[in-house]
Design a protein. Sequence first.
Lengths: 364, 495
Amino acid sequence: MDKKNKISGLQVKALVITTVIGISILSLPSTIATILDNSGWVAIILGGLVTVPFIIMIDKTIELYPGKTSPQISREVLGPVISNLFLIIFLCYLILFLAYMHRSAAEVIKAYLLETTPTEVIIITMLLAISYMARGQIQDLARMALIIYPIIIGFVVFLILVNLPSMDYTNIYPLFNINFKAIPKGIWTIFFSFAGYELLYFFLPYVEDKEGALKYSLKAMLIVTLVYLIVFFVTLSQFGIHQLKREIWPGIAVTRVVDLPGLFLENLDGIVIAIWIMVIFGTIGPILYASGIILAELFKTKTHKLFILPLLPIVYIISLLPDNLFETYEKLGSILNYFALVSIVIMPTIVFIVAYMKKRREKA
Amino acid sequence: MLSKDLNRNIETLKTIFKDCDDIVYRFIEIGDTNKVQACLVYTDGLINKDVISEFVIYALFIANEGGDFNLSKFKSNLLDTISKEAMTIAEVKEEENMDKIVDNILIGETMFLVDKIDKALTLSTRGWPTRIVGEPETETVVRGPRDGFTETLKFNTTFIRRRIRDPRLKIKNIQIGRRSKTDVAIMYIEDIVNDDLLKEVKKRLDKIDIDGILDSSMLEHLIEDNYLSPFPQIENTERPDTAAAAIYEGRVVIAVDNTPFVLMVPATLGTLLQTAEDYYSRWTIASMIRLLRILCAFLSTLAPALYIAITSFHPGLIPTRLTYYLAASRINVPFPAVVEAFLMEITIEIIREAGTRISGPIGTTIGLVGGLVIGQAAVEAGIVSPLMIIIVAITAISAFVLPSYELASGLRFWRFIFMVLAAILGLYGIMLGAIILSSHLVRLNSFGVPFTSPYSGLGIEEGDLKDTLVKAPIQKLQLRPEFTFPKNRRRMKKR
């Protein structure tokens, strides 16, 4: 009775938000503050703006080929050989992304909730739970996203409310003392926090309302940017720039400092991280789903469900390669950044340009 | 096919109804000059004897005495004459098929067979002992109608008809069950209900091939989308007003004979948390109670798991003084928190089960003794901590706040999974459980409608949250909910 496997514009918005906002929001304020000091907000805004042309390109590419999934479009646009190469690079990127997410999430959970549990156990259980979610169809992921979405908004509102009494607004200043030389580096670092929008390739073909889809995706990016800005300003005004630089996960640490009279829970950070796990799942689930879809296209099978379980050991091994959190962020993070550059900046551009030219030639 | 010989027909019936001593054969003779043999066949207990004596047999004899009922004149179409001039009963139908005759006898009609005629008359004489219409036992309201459905399908459809006096309210009867031949009525308003939904309902009902249906829950399990899930995907109610409201929303109501519970499809998480009372009380308190219900759904699922996680993994999360108190109260408890929690949860499940099976004074005694056991004695014996008692009580009571018993049972089942997960991995384990549970919930469909609507997207932009998360004043609920995809959206004139 319903339109089989269709998602609505609102669900796309929620999907983009939950996919983009994940683990990096917790470390983002300190990362950006180390590079740009108080003017980190410039990089956040610019980082959000940079994604806009790519989102538009993805949307237009899919609009050119209605009724086709993204791997099919790429095959049609680029031919089977190059298309497969692109898909494999994209798949590598997604697997790296997954490994990175799992490892850093496991480290956060270890630090705040389960001090003595081995990292391996946390990663395995997380993978198993998420594989159940990723075996669903896109409509199931979309419904899930809309259930997770209020958690993010609730988190931001909660963050503002509990911090209001103890915030020191003077910490924000100087606002406009901008180090222009550092801005490119700032954007390069922060850009990865906006990664996740590329999964629009897998969402948009299923949207009912094609015209509204772009509007909803851009709106989602606006909300993501706003959330990042709020978290940045709240942590900045709470900690001050010097302490902010020293924090690993200022996004959580900020809830530790607050102490409201009459509050039932004392250490909010544990509770916040527990609830935030849900949001992390909201990021990992669609990525694992997309990896399955790519594999299904490469091996020409009807369903992606077959490939979810075989992917798990690969992600597991890669996620355990770094020795500690620092290596995760530095090594895995930087390799990931290069892969991200190729798969979410360069490849969408190539696909869009070739697709556009082809369609023009067809018309002429 | 019937034969022309009455005795042959009766013999056939008697072979079919061999050893069925509740079938009664009453021979009479009609006509004044040419006497003709006739026979009434019916099932004892399913018919109203007064009707047969007064409006069938007596009426036939009166017609004889008056002389105007001369059989010889009407040899050509005797049965027609009898039904038109002699019978004083409301519903009379001709029937010639033997199988149909057998069926009719079994549903409580009386068959009137006449010698030398290969047709029979079906006289509607149905009447059997019924329960008095009483207040529904499960969904009571402080204010609102107090009549409840009963076991008789005819009464139940009447309750709906009395609330929807519209010719476009359709009540379609079908029979399900090879042997039980249970009457099932499908009710909907023609110009509101979505055609695809209706088609799907009929398709699924037609597919059923079973020997007997005893209760609407059996039908529910046979037609729902995912029969393995612990959660119900079809709503049921004992209240005619709730069923009528569902029909007005564009849903399809399925009533089954012999049960007071009717089914409403599609059902969503939103509708399973609504009660009739919400619509009869003022919107402020109704909204508050709806939010409370959602809180209770979480509490009844998670409270014991949270207790386990916090006491055994994260004592630092709660205020220090509470931690001290908790540690002090648990100092005599010889078990880890998970054993303590399981012990108490299983105890309360036993008490609940015993209390449900036995009603009346013994049930009260069980509750009293059970309450004493888990309340005081267990604490004094040092087996459990007082806080655990509070948690168990809150959990059990929260489950009763949920209007849908089936939904509460599904969550009850998950409560134990959450407890195990919390015992292994603490809060992280609970979140793992949450992700698996919600992945399962979002996959469920009820007749093609996402079960988690409206929280998962369908209808949010159309304003369905106004009547699920909270309850807006009736002036603000001008549109029907979106999840049924109604043909006619507006139910109130724009103001």
